[in-house]
Write a protein that binds this ligand. Structure first.
Ligand code: PMP
Length: 292
């Protein structure tokens, strides 16, 4: 496996960064997770836009243009001859000293890994997930804006630990106001009557690329799409529920805090949305040219 480390393709064993890198010392950095479907890097431009927005928010200068970064991603996928898989693109503050001051870090570090990922076992796509709301609250927007895809994922990890300890595969995190935000690495949707509902961006959620794709699908299916606030009441009384994310794709939810959704089986509209999503995965994005 070849890893792109600051623009150079190196073997996995040689892909090493300094222990003084602030990405490691302080979680000071940003990242993206991106899928490749049949040689198509799904919505790569949108991922790059979000990466640069995250970097801008944390005042991190990425030492290459967006166009060049797209080339670097494509180059890494082609070098690994990967047709279907998952890309992790990380940009850190770079090497500094032991103090946290980012001024000491002269240049950002970036690396790109092109590999495979399986987030939830296959059976859960067919039978649905059972999820749990957890006590850990979402980071407040004014402290660590959840729209920034930063390397600070402890809030999400703490929620995941709670879910694990409760014997559940996934957690739903409630924000400080008591409104539903998202899962630990996925956005959440419910369906009620003909409405497709998801928490709005100010509820403490990542502006998910899959979320946006599903919103477009909902509109195309003539559903009444709402980005709004929702509480646990809305979750428990939903007709259908599912999670979305690059790694997770679209996955049905059939139980929330012990309450069955749709009688404990994946909903009809959820399955339609899953099918529509699959159709788009090879259509929107950037096609990789592989060497023969
Ligand atoms: N929320 C969080 C916290 C995430 O980390 C992710 C990405 N794994 C998502 C939502 C889903 O976003 P996307 O569809 O862009 O992958």
């Amino acid at each position: 496996m070849l890893i792109n480390l600051n623009g150079k393709l190196v073997n996995k064993e040689d892909a090493k960064i300094s222990v003084f890198d602030h990405g490691l010392l302080y979680g000071d950095g940003v990242f993206e997770g991106i899928r490749i479907y049949g040689g198509n890097i799904f919505k790569l431009k949108e991922h790059i836009e979000r990466l640069y927005d995250s970097a801008k928010f944390i005042n991190l200068s990425i030492p290459l243009t967006k166009e060049k970064m797209i080339e670097e991603v494509v180059k890494t996928v082609a070098a690994n001859n990967l047709k279907d898989g998952y890309i992790r693109l990380v940009v850190t503050r770079g090497e500094g000293d032991l103090g946290l001051d980012p001024k000491k870090c002269k240049i950002a570090t970036y690396f790109i890994i092109a590999d495979k990922i399986v987030l939830y076992p296959e059976e859960f796509y067919k039978n649905g997930l059972s999820i749990t709301t957890v006590a850990t609250r979402r980071n407040v927007n004014e402290a660590l804006e959840p729209r920034v895809k930063s390397l600070n994922y402890l809030n999400n990890i703490l929620a995941k630990i709670e879910a694990n300890n409760a014997g559940s595969l996934e957690a739903i995190i409630i924000n400080q106001q008591g409104y539903v935000s998202e899962a630990t690495g996925d956005n959440i949707f419910i369906i009620k009557d003909n409405s497709l509902i998801t928490p709005s961006l100010f509820c403490g959620v990542l502006n998910g690329i899959t979320r946006a794709t599903v919103i477009d699908i909902g509109k195309k299916l003539k559903m009444d799409v709402k980005e709004t606030v929702m509480t646990r009441y809305d979750l428990y009384t939903a007709d259908e529920c599912f999670l979305t994310g690059t790694a997770a794709e679209v996955i049905p939810v059939i139980k929330i805090d012990g309450r069955e959704i749709n009688g404990g089986v994946p909903g009809k509209m959820t399955k339609t949305i899953m099918r529509e999503f699959k159709k788009l995965t090879k259509k929107i994005g950037i096609k990789v040219k592989y060497k023969k």
